[in-house]
Design a protein around this ligand. Structure first.
Ligand code: ATP
Ligand code: MG
Length: 399
């Protein structure tokens, strides 16, 4: 193994009390990500190290870029701890990584092996001279160089590396507990899920389905969105809620412009029951203030009042275009814009109310026995376990 990635933890290092949990979780998540690969992963309180062979570098880097909790990382080239080997490695690294344009640089040496024959100043000098001799486009600038050649001298091996790369940031998934995402086939909810995962929340996913008004293609769409989310969030349950009977009953029993409001109150009631059953501490969804009638502040109050569990709305204050930007970045956009309708769009009334009254909701809800319909739903959930490689014809994968 001739390469090593050094991972910087970033934000998590500021959370002193949780530091061990964060590092242990990140270690576990990186191990899961690189499960079948030939790597050696080690850690200490300030860094994590992944040793690997340069032939698999591209795939390792692409996977590291999918892990939350990594603030920055750098790719170091391993060499022997003697000055000739270090010099050769520096030349090789520069040859492969710099352009022909003018570049200012400096050399920075960290010598943790104190018995090394040269001190760090001498190494800086020797390597600086070597670079100047071999690359006519490079000039020294010790104050604000465009490029820093880092050399780390340790007892067994030494390392040469150039600039660091940005990681995804956020917290390691699982460090902030467990939440449930209401995942529809739209653009907003996958983005909301991604942002919740970013803050370290381990997700389960809940999809309200209204077969035969919605199709199995709509379900496939949700499964494909779930697979995209599991790239970042790891394996997750997808709980498919059979919503048809309750939804039909809502439409029979409530006034013309109230079905969406009541339907969403039912969704929240079911989310609360699911949260208790699956030990989730938060409901997460893709509501965005003002986007549709059910997302005015008045509507949100009336809908939210059926539960005391915190509802997190990561995209609440983003514009649609900002949400779309993220959806494109995480590759869910093209799936979300496929035409299959989910349960909400099928039943949307012509004029959904934007200022619903709580009293009216309560009055309409008192006219039908929604509670037993909810109990029936809770007895008939379909639960799939999804990861990024999930194959859909394995529907027998039911738990
Ligand atoms: P769009 O991107 O078109 O706005 P959406 O998924 O955001 O689609 P909304 O009607 O705005 O749809 O619903 C608000 C939120 O409610 C969604 O982001 C999602 O979290 C949740 N939701 C809506 N329908 C469903 C459903 N069928 N199953 C699970 N969650 C749903
Ligand atoms: Mg929306």
């Amino acid at each position: 193994m001739d390469r090593i990635i050094l991972i910087k933890y970033g934000e998590l290092t500021t959370k002193k009390g949780n530091r061990k949990l964060f590092i242990d979780t990140l270690y576990k998540n990186i191990n899961l990500k690189l499960k079948k690969m030939d790597v050696v992963i080690t850690r200490d309180m300030s860094r994590m190290y992944i040793e690997y062979d340069s032939s698999v570098e591209d795939i390792i880097i692409s996977k590291i870029k999918e892990v939350f909790g990594i603030h920055a990382f750098l790719i170091a080239h391993k060499t022997e701890t003697d000055i000739d080997s270090i010099k050769n490695t520096v030349l090789e690294v520069l040859k492969n990584n710099i352009s022909k344009d003018d570049i200012t640089f400096k050399v920075e040496t960290k010598r943790s092996y104190k018995k090394f024959v040269m001190d760090s100043g001498e190494v800086n000098h020797a390597i600086g001279g070597l670079v100047l001799k071999n690359f006519s486009n490079m000039k020294v600038d010790v104050h604000s160089p465009m490029l820093t050649v880092h050399i780390e001298i340790r007892e067994n091996n030494s390392y040469v590396y150039l600039n660091e790369y940005k990681g995804l940031g956020g917290y390691p998934v699982g460090t902030l507990g467990h939440g449930m995402l209401m995942l529809s086939g739209g653009i907003d909810s996958p983005v909301a899920g991604y942002l919740a995962i970013k803050r370290g929340i381990k997700l389960d996913l809940v999809y309200f389905e209204a077969i035969p008004h919605t199709s199995l293609e709509a379900r496939s769409k949700v499964i494909n969105l779930a697979k995209k989310l599991s790239i970042y969030g790891g394996e997750m349950r997808l709980i498919i809620v059979p919503f048809t009977k309750l939804q039909t009953s809502i439409y029979k029993n409530v006034l013309e412009n109230y079905p969406i409001t009541i339907m969403r109150r039912m969704m929240y009631r079911i989310m609360e029951k699911l949260s208790l059953r699956f030990k989730s501490l938060a409901i997460i969804n893709g509501e965005s203030v003002g986007q549709v009638a059910s997302q005015t502040l008045t509507s949100m109050n009336v809908i939210n009042s059926v539960t005391n569990i915190p509802v997190i709305r990561p995209v609440a204050c983003l514009d649609k275009l900002e949400i779309i930007d993220i959806a494109k970045k995480i590759d869910t956009y093209d799936i979300s814009i496929l035409p299959y309708e989910d349960c909400c769009t099928v039943f949307v009334p012509r004029h959904p109310i934007i200022n619903p009254s709580l009293d009216k909701c309560l009055e309409m809800e008192s006219k039908f026995d929604y509670e037993s319909l909810i109990d029936e739903i809770m007895d008939n959930l379909l639960i799939l376990k999804i990861d990024e490689n999930y194959e859909e014809d394995k529907y027998n994968d039911v738990l």
